[in-house]
Design a protein around this ligand. Structure first.
Ligand SMILES: [Zn+2]
Length: 363
């Protein structure tokens, strides 16, 4: 009898351990990371800012329909008009960091507050004073993308798309071997009529900014790659929000955010249609820097615009509690890299001691 009890207790303990280990196995196999270059927290959380609707502040002509498209009486109403998927899906099913009205702070730590230092901080998990320009310098740091690409199960299954031609330098494509598409034809090896049409269409768009292409070919290239190559980690760096802001085109800046939101919705819904990704995929959305806080300097960012250190970060995925807008918590841009890895059950900050710890998504 005593032996039976011992066997029974052993069986219960073993069953308990099995359940615990099943619970601890990450429910996420894939991560999609999307950044919207220099989209301010002021618009993300508050939508259209009325003081920008002048020629002098926002470059808005009297006939521009921007007020009708994006206006509203509350911040909630305005931000939902600008980014409906972000607010109706990501913010309700996931978590959003950086709303100052909730004493939630998301900060850039590199002090330089412009693009390459920000992308390095996002992808490497730490600021690096050697990266102090937007020049085409191969990133000396092994980013979390490159690190994951060397991990078992991820080899050749990490990809990056960008509207900014610096992408291959930022992810050091030469060394990392990551598929990095930052300019030119969005489908690197076209095999179908659909691929060729997309490349022809992209080539017929105006090279309006030179070093940055429009976000549409970037997004469609990324969607095609997801469908055809099924990467486990895909990074998409969108660029128009920053370019229109530098050009003091507040109307097109808001419009770019709306189109970026539509892309994120497409990306998410495309993933949910594919068996490898359905209910196995997490999404992180953020930005490389903020911008000035006034009607004069909202167009700008950098060391002379300290308000640009404030950013925002959103995360959604299976097993991530739907805590919505996070309150009373301070996070940093440098936490994104280890968060990407941690969602996949990988310990990046353990392997790279300079990297910040993953975001605490369990509160
Ligand atoms: Zn930027």
């Amino acid at each position: 009898m005593k032996r039976l009890w011992t066997a029974l207790i052993c069986a219960i303990v073993l069953a308990g351990l099995a359940i615990t280990s099943a619970q601890q196995r990450p429910p996420i196999s894939n991560v999609l990371l999307v950044t919207l270059d220099g989209l301010r927290w002021q618009e993300l959380f508050g939508g259209l800012q009325a003081n920008m609707l002048t020629k002098e502040a926002g470059g808005i002509g009297t006939a521009a329909p921007v007020g009708q498209r994006f206006g509203g009486t509350t911040p909630e109403e305005r931000r939902e008009k600008m980014m409906p998927f972000f607010w109706n899906v990501i913010a309700t099913q996931g978590q959003v960091f950086g709303d100052p009205s909730r004493n939630s702070h998301a900060r850039v730590t590199n002090g330089l507050l412009f693009s390459y230092p920000g992308y390095n901080e996002i992808l490497s998990g730490f600021p690096d004073p050697r990266i102090d320009s937007n020049n085409k310098i191969l990133n000396p740091n092994v980013t979390v993308l490159e690190w994951l690409n060397r991990r078992p199960g991820f080899d050749g299954r990490v990809a990056a798309f960008a509207s900014w031609e610096l992408l291959p330098w930022i992810v050091n494509a030469q060394r990392s071997g990551i598929h990095a598409n930052g300019d030119g034809a969005p489908v690197a090896q076209p095999t179908t009529d659909r691929d060729r049409l997309l490349n022809d269409f992209a080539a017929d768009l105006p090279p309006y900014w030179g070093t940055t292409r429009f976000d549409a070919p970037t997004g469609f290239g990324a969607l095609e790659y997801l469908r055809t190559h099924r990467p486990r980690v895909m990074y998409v760096m969108l660029g128009e929000t920053d370019e229109w802001a530098h050009g003091r085109r507040y109307d097109l800046y808001l419009d770019a955010a709306l189109r970026n939101d539509r892309f994120i919705k497409r990306l998410w819904e495309t993933a949910q249609e594919l068996p490898e990704y359905r209910n196995r995929t997490a999404l992180i959305v953020s930005t490389d820097h903020g911008r000035g806080d006034t009607t004069a300097d909202w167009t700008s960012h950098g060391q002379k615009v300290p308000a640009a250190e404030r950013i925002w970060i959103a995360v959604m995925g299976p097993g991530i509690p739907a805590l919505g807008l996070r309150s009373g918590v301070t996070v940093t841009q440098s936490q994104i890299a280890a968060t990407v890895a941690a969602l996949l059950g990988e310990d990046y900050s353990g392997a790279q001691p300079k990297a910040a710890l993953p975001l605490d998504l369990q509160r």
